[in-house]
Design a protein. Structure first.
Length: 149
């Protein structure tokens, strides 16, 4: 397969994962799997890990399965799809866990307009600690109203 097609599939998968993350967050995590996600909306964690962290396993299995299907010749696009899912997961970890929630104390202060809007939107999401009436379910796509100075 042409390398440009593979790069396009990686980028397309990464972009699709943002929509998928929004959908899963809004309808699955704030839906029937709220029991796994609700500890993420609480401030008084007793552990560094949250039940919410188990969601990464789903995407890890998806990515690894794509690599496996490519390796066995079952899915010729499995490698770039798996890479796209992996890159989104890595981005999620860096942006959500490190930058936004400060699970590691890096990037504490920034003057970047996008970064401030991203944090603002996520803070609005967490303002409501309940399952219903939340907003801003995506990770990288930030509505324009959060870009105020």
């Amino acid at each position: 397969m042409n390398i440009l097609i593979w790069i396009g599939i990686v980028i397309g998968t990464f972009i699709f994962m943002e929509f998928n993350a929004w959908f899963m967050h809004k309808y699955i995590m704030h839906g029937f799997l709220w029991t796994l996600h609700k500890d993420h909306h609480k401030k008084d964690h007793k552990s560094w890990f949250e039940r919410n962290d188990t969601f990464f396993l789903f995407y890890a299995v998806l990515s690894i399965s794509s690599f496996f299907l490519w390796e066995t010749g079952t899915l010729s696009m499995g490698l770039p799809i798996g890479i796209g899912i992996f890159l989104y997961g890595l981005t999620y970890f860096l942006v959500h866990d490190i930058f936004i929630h400060q699970r590691f104390k890096f990037f504490k202060k920034t003057n970047n307009r996008y970064a401030k809007a991203l944090r603002r939107a996520h803070k609005i999401h967490h303002k409501n600690i309940y399952k219903e009436k939340c907003e801003c379910f995506g990770m990288l796509w930030v509505p324009l109203k959060y870009f105020k100075d």
